[in-house]
Design a protein around this ligand. Structure first.
Ligand code: KG4
Ligand code: ZN
Length: 364
């Protein structure tokens, strides 16, 4: 087996254009560079990601992100072994921009092309950042996704449950919009919640009364809307304290639902795989400290090791795509010029599809 593998990764499935170089040395990953060009400013006026604007901006910025990633890694194309690219799921225009760029680079350089599932990038991040071994349970929680996955290999995932409607990140973003905070809303709701009273509004804990690991966040979003409308009707607007209390109440509800569903998912997982008691969390919402602490507490209660990536690798980036691509390539996966961009692409092909489509694209 080769001792070193150097992969360029591209990511453009939502509102971050990213390129990164990751090297596997004797199997151990090293991030040589990771460039992320966010598009928040372009979408700010619209209160959410506009797919057409996102796709055009990705097409414009991908080349310079690749150039920067190679420069920061101090490498040229001749030093690479392959090019990995997010081929879905996500906003189709953005995914297409990335796939076309990667195909162009592969054709020009003769390098192998590897299409990567964006969710695999998130799900494998705990291996990139903490070197954890298979198998493990991951809670993937982001702007477009929310699911528990048993990860047994880079192409072997079993879903134990997931959201039946909105993803938590989507609900954080919607809550921010309702409170007049800018996008992406997660970090701002988290900040506002710091000084808030989480008990002031009795927000619901959806689906906790039902067995299993499925989750729902759209009713919670509606509860925030109602509470806000009541306050506006009574007082003519929201005070800072109201903003803080609504944020804290909403965040506490999300954290409690995730914690309880994690308890159940861990119970199921441990029945099946008692020899590998490891819980990982990944995706943009994993950057939330309250949620991380809740999950860590559940893991500790159940005697399970807990791992969460550093904040910059929780949200979308290309290092996770390069790393997933490296694992797949090492396992013999390679694509050709027929590689397709896929708006939907469930990791666990065997589990029933989740319905619906959110702001961040089709749900897997
Ligand atoms: O993984 P990600 O970058 O993109 C997707 O694949 O969806 O996740 C972005 C989502 C956004 O909805 C954002 O509001 C949320 O992650 N997010 C947070 C925090 N940081 C980012 N949500 C809650 N608290 C945070 N600190
Ligand atoms: Zn993501």
């Amino acid at each position: 087996m080769r001792t070193s593998l150097t992969i360029l990764g591209l990511e453009s499935s939502c509102d971050d254009t990213a390129a990164a170089v990751v090297q596997l040395r004797n199997g151990a990953p090293h991030i040589l560079s990771s460039v992320v060009h966010g598009q928040s400013a372009l979408h700010a006026a619209y209160g959410g990601v506009v797919p057409e604007i996102a796709a055009r901006a990705h097409a414009e910025k991908l080349d310079s992100c690749v150039e920067q990633a190679l420069k920061q890694a101090d490498l040229g194309f001749s030093d690479l072994d392959a090019i990995a690219v997010t081929a879905g799921p996500g906003l189709i225009g953005g995914v297409l921009s990335g796939v076309m760029c990667a195909k162009g680079l592969a054709a020009a350089t003769g390098l192998p092309l590897v299409g990567v599932n964006h969710l695999a990038g998130h799900a494998l991040t705990p291996r990139l950042t903490d070197g954890i071994t298979y198998p493990y349970l991951v809670l993937l929680v982001s702007g477009g996704h929310c699911q528990f996955l048993v990860v047994r290999g880079c192409a072997d995932y079993t879903r134990l449950g997931g959201t039946i409607d909105d993803a938590p990140g989507e609900a954080f973003d919607k809550t921010a919009r309702l409170l007049g905070l800018p996008q992406p809303g997660g970090p701002l709701v988290e900040r506002a919640a710091k000084t808030g009273n989480a008990a002031r509004f009795g927000f619901p804990r959806p689906l906790l009364d039902r067995p299993g690991c499925d989750m729902s966040f759209s009713g919670l979003k509606t509860a925030v809307l109602r509470a806000r409308d009541d306050l506006v009707a009574e007082q003519g607007g929201l005070t800072r304290a109201d903003q803080a209390d609504l944020s804290a109440g909403f965040q506490a509800a999300v954290a409690e639902v995730l914690a309880e569903k994690t308890r159940r998912a861990l119970t199921l997982y441990l029945e099946d795989v008692p020899e590998a008691p490891v819980l990982a969390v990944a995706g943009g919402v994993a950057a939330n400290r309250t949620i991380r602490v809740e999950l860590e507490t559940v893991a500790a209660e159940m005697g399970v090791a807990f791992t969460a990536p550093p904040l910059a690798l929780c949200t979308d980036n290309a290092a996770m795509i390069a790393y997933a691509g490296a694992e797949l390539f090492r396992a013999g996966k390679q694509d050709d010029m027929t590689l397709a961009a896929r708006p939907r692409w469930p990791l666990d092909q065997g589990s029933p599809a989740l319905l619906g489509s959110g702001k961040k694209g089709a749900k897997a």
